[in-house]
Design a protein around this ligand. Structure first.
Ligand code: FDA
Length: 392
């Protein structure tokens, strides 16, 4: 039997960070993961360069049943602290856009940094092990892996959410929550491409691969980022962002020329180039194939000069207020994160400890705190891990 102060389940972003912080406080720490390598999601994140934080981190960039829950952890461990760590390891980075910081080299540098921090703090890592059972004991928790029993005063659950099962995601955090009577809010795939029904797909399938700058809205929530047409529907940063807010049955409103006053543009084009075809004119504003499809959807063709008021309005509406109703999403197979999770009402926001079960902690993606696209989710992983690592 092995006895440690802190047992961390999951060697992802949050688990490794928490292990290093607790170890630095002199705690004996063991991290268990069923995967054959640590930080697999870090490795593929940000196209292999890991968008490890966002300079604009603020509570408004996170979705949660309690929007105030994340404030304490994010304030105490802001992006500047993670950036200082990255700089201490000499990892070169750059701001890509919208405050998003990426490694210049490879995401593996972030994994190596976390492993080095763990090693320096004396934290042990065991890979390729499955947790068979977890029990509450007088001194804390007992975990069975194979024939071995490990006892720990604190148990930190950092096994992530349901997104991308191929990368090792399991429902362990939710199963442990159920075992210890910790409520879990409804979970759903987020930061995920959205899909269309067959009729709409027939119309937009020829557009697969085309990207445009866009402003996309779902109710009152709006994002201004790139949109990408796919074989199944829509993707790209704008769509991934809005997917966290969209619900089945709701329509999206998409402006595909957000920098142009389209009614004024159309009026001027009609005066100056009235003999031009609608598609030729629109091709000056949007990719040609998209211009053709918009013409078809708006049922507008022929010369600009021949458009009546109704034609013009339909054309404008399809460019700046294109209303589409996705039927669903690509699901956990491609979702970057899981929306929902361990109910924050059950956790102490200062250290992520379960109020009704001292010594048990949930951190990272397992918790009902979900960031926007752009480094916010890693920042939550670091901050929640740091908060738990201070006391576990
Ligand atoms: P994470 O999922 O990272 O780690 C959980 C660990 O627990 C894994 O190592 C897993 O193997 C282990 N585990 C699970 N079940 C277990 C079990 N039953 N027994 C033992 N171990 C178990 N975010 C961001 O901020 N910037 C970015 O650039 C990206 N890019 C990105 C790209 C892609 C393709 C994806 C899928 C996701 C992103 N993200 C992102 C999101 C980011 O990866 C995510 O928010 C964090 O990895 C969450 O960290 P956690 O440590 O909570 O879970």
């Amino acid at each position: 039997m092995k006895v440690v102060d802190v047992l961390v389940l999951g060697a992802g972003a949050a688990g490794m960070m928490c292990a290093a912080i607790a170890g630095q406080r002199g705690r004996s720490v063991l991290v268990l993961d069923h995967a054959d390598a640590p930080g697999k999601k870090i490795r593929i994140s940000g196209g292999g360069r890991c968008n490890f934080t966002n300079l604009n981190t603020a509570p408004g960039a996170f979705l949660s049943g309690n929007p105030k829950f994340a404030i304490s952890a994010l304030r105490r461990y802001p992006p500047s602290r993670f950036i200082a760590l990255v700089e201490r390891y000499g990892i070169a980075y750059h701001e890509k856009t919208l405050g998003q910081l990426f490694c210049d080299g490879s995401a593996q540098q972030i994994i190596d940094m976390l492993l080095a921090e763990m090693k320096a703090a004396g934290a042990e890592l065991r890979l390729g092990v499955s947790v068979d059972a977890v029990d509450r004991i007088e001194t804390g928790f007992a975990v069975r892996i194979g024939g071995e029993r490990i006892e720990a005063r604190s148990l930190v659950v950092a096994t992530g959410g349901k997104s991308i099962p191929k990368m090792g995601a399991t429902g362990l955090a939710y199963a442990l929550a159920a075992q210890f009577d910790v409520p879990v809010t409804e979970t759903r795939p987020a930061l995920v491409p959205l899909t269309f029904e067959t009729g709409m797909l027939e119309t937009i399938r020829p557009l697969a691969g085309i990207g445009v700058d866009s402003e996309i809205a779902c109710g009152k929530v709006k994002f201004r980022e790139a949109l990408l047409f796919t074989h199944r529907g829509l993707s790209g940063p704008a769509v991934l962002q809005i997917s966290s807010y969209w619900r089945e049955g709701e329509a999206l409103s998409i402006n595909m020329a957000p920098d142009t006053d389209v009614p004024a543009w159309l009026a001027e084009m009609r005066v100056r180039h009235g003999g031009q075809s609608v598609v030729a004119a629109l091709s000056g504003l949007l990719p040609r194939r998209l211009a053709e499809t918009i013409g078809q959807m708006a049922k507008v063709s022929g010369r600009l000069a021949d458009l009546n008021k109704g034609d013009q309005q339909r054309l404008i509406d399809h460019i700046v207020r294109w209303r589409v109703k996705p039927v669903g999403s690509e699901g956990y197979r491609t979702a970057e994160v899981t929306l929902g999770g361990i109910d924050t009402a059950a956790l102490d926001s200062s250290d992520m400890q379960v109020k009704a079960c001292p010594g048990l902690y949930f951190i990272g993606e397992a918790v009902d705190v979900t960031g926007w696209l752009g480094g916010y989710n890693f920042q939550w992983a670091w901050a929640s891990a740091w908060a738990a690592g201070q006391v576990a």
